[in-house]
Write a protein that binds this ligand. Structure first.
Ligand code: AMP
Length: 534
């Protein structure tokens, strides 16, 4: 016995485990899609898995193999799910192009990734033509829906003999490719492996993480082209949760109708989506009958504490998570730990509005020039992470300085940590405001401003200032019909922050510019208001 190696089966963690399981054990579970004309189509995991395998065979028959990239330019719907499974079953990686980017940027990203084929929604063909005009090179274009002059997806699915052999997959093979949103420099590619995706999915579903089960019906509002809809389609297939895809209809009324009609138990999306939903619910009390205990996973930018409180009032639970393209994406989740379950309401809300603690298998630290920061909920540093679904490098080896010599990924997020191990993000490194040599956290000011009853949204940026080098400026969108003055907003902030933190000016606007992932576009705000204090 001594020195004998482990006696367990060596089963590679590859996507066929998920597809085969969904097909065999969850075959009747529904996958629902809202179409561009607003009609609803229904299929099942059984049918999706069978069609994914046909897609894989067709791709192999057409010359796609291990290491190739096949792009998608699609909304959230069941064919996109088929691509999530079928492309990696063929040994290739699914590259989900972000349709909200400028066509030049999409073309750059597609060429940089070396995408060979692309599968496109018919309603996105006008955009696709611009992407091609911008220089994107694809060998083959396959269209879901009305194909125009291109190859129809349905015909492509039938194009390979059933005997076409699928490749044997290795767990370290590339499964999917996503690009960072590129707020600094060009977008960079992150390549997920079968293993990283499966481990991420398993941990994503556990109760202390996002907590998904076969009893759930999940509606990913987060697009499948944004970090693989946070990995949720894989996780849902793994446990057999029903999936409801909203297609291109992401406005509050359409989403709420789907929530009601499909008995959705979990939604997932960025805070903007939930702000819109809150507004619709408040404006139309009793209009939609939602599932009791509906949970909403929120991430991508900070969930303001007020939003978490408001949804509790409406009978829905917000679950706050943090992550990035480079982290697959889920890295931390905020769950009140049992020893604080009896704490007062304010403490519990404060914890839930933090980004939380790392999920199993993810490790984090926060470092500044003095080393690891103490758990004092005060000292800030850069958040660093490592784990089996954290990128070890960018495709092409770009920006190696994002990794430390001792193996941590530098997130570019500034954070602090409290005695319970809860991290709270205070800024992106690039968004920090330095006034008279002191740091001011834009995210904390924003969260507090969004706690004022008149404020719908607020972004705070640093603007050049002759004396202090930078001073904060708040850009605020009011709720419909609400009024408030800049002084009233400063009075609202005054009890919570040092005097020098208070924004010198508040600008009221109709809307705050956003990135393709729905985050505040602070680069644009800084540009717009750069002369405000001069
Ligand atoms: P992306 O790679 O586009 O998903 O962007 C990742 C970045 O979004 C992170 O580095 C954070 O700056 C931000 N982010 C994601 N989740 C949160 C959150 N829960 N709170 C605050 N910022 C977040």
């Amino acid at each position: 016995m001594a020195n004998e190696t482990a006696t367990m089966m060596d089963v590679p963690l590859t996507i066929d485990l998920v597809v085969d399981r969904a097909e065999r054990w969850m075959r009747g579970t529904e996958v629902v899609s809202r179409r561009p004309d607003k009609s609803i189509t229904r299929t099942t995991y059984g049918a999706v898995a069978a069609r994914a395998r046909k897609l894989a065979r067709a791709l192999v028959h057409a010359g796609i193999g291990r290491g190739d990239r096949v792009a998608t330019l699609m909304w959230n719907h069941s064919e996109h799910l088929e691509c999530y499974f079928g492309i990696p079953l063929a040994g290739a990686a699914t590259h989900t192009l972000n349709l909200r980017l400028h066509p030049d940027e999409i073309a750059y990203i597609a060429n940089d990734a070396g995408d060979r084929y692309v599968i496109v929604d018919d309603c996105l063909l006008p955009l696709f033509d611009k992407v091609v005009a911008a220089g994107a090179k694809f060998e083959r274009v396959i269209v879901v829906g009305a194909p125009g002059t291109h190859e129809p997806y349905e015909r492509f699915l039938e194009s390979a003999p059933a005997s076409t052999a699928l490749p044997k997959l290795a767990e370290t093979d590339a499964l999917a490719v996503c690009y960072t949103s590129g707020t600094t420099g060009k977008p960079k590619g992150v390549v997920y492996s079968h293993r990283s995706t499966i481990l991420h999915s398993i941990v994503e579903v556990i109760p202390d993480s996002l907590g998904l089960s076969r009893a759930d019906t999940l509606l990913p509002v987060v697009p499948m082209f944004h970090v693989n809809a946070w990995g949720l389609p894989y996780a849902c297939a793994l446990v057999g949760a029903k999936l409801v895809f909203p297609g291109p209809h992401l406005d509050a009324a359409n989403l709420l109708e789907l929530f009601q009609n499909e008995k959705v138990t979990v939604g997932a999306g960025v805070p903007t989506i939930w702000l819109g939903i809150r507004e619709a619910l408040d404006a139309n009390p009793g209009k939609w009958q939602l599932q009791p205990g509906l949970r909403m996973i929120v991430g991508g930018s900070a969930a303001p504490e007020q939003m978490i409180r408001d949804f509790d009032r409406l009978g829905m639970t917000l679950i706050h998570a943090w992550g990035m393209t480079e982290t697959s994406p889920v890295g931390t989740v905020s769950r009140v730990p049992p020893h604080l379950a009896g704490a007062d309401e304010d403490t519990r809300y404060r914890l839930r509005a933090k980004q939380g603690t790392p999920t199993p298998l993810v490790d984090l630290c926060i470092r500044n020039d003095a080393g690891d920061v103490p758990a004092d909920d005060k000292t800030t540093g850069e958040l660093m992470v490592r784990g089996p679904w954290i990128a070890a490098r960018y495709a092409g080896g770009h920006s190696p300085e994002r990794w430390t010599a001792d193996g941590w990924f530098r997130t570019g997020d500034v954070a602090r940590i409290d005695e319970h191990g809860f991290i709270q993000l205070t800024d992106r490194v690039a968004d920090q405001i330095k006034s008279g040599g002191e740091w001011i956290s834009s995210q904390e000011l924003e969260n507090s401003l969004m706690g004022h009853p008149a404020v719908k949204e607020a972004a705070v940026v640093g603007v050049p200032h002759a004396k202090w080098s930078e001073r904060p400026l708040a850009v605020v969108v009011l709720k419909p019909g609400a009024t408030v003055t800049a002084d009233e907003l400063r009075d609202h902030l005054a009890p919570k922050f040092a005097k020098f933190w208070l924004p010198d000016a508040v600008v009221f606007v109709e809307a705050i510019p956003r990135t393709s992932a729905g985050k505040f576009k602070k680069t644009e705000l800084r540009d717009t208001y750069r002369d405000h204090y001069s």
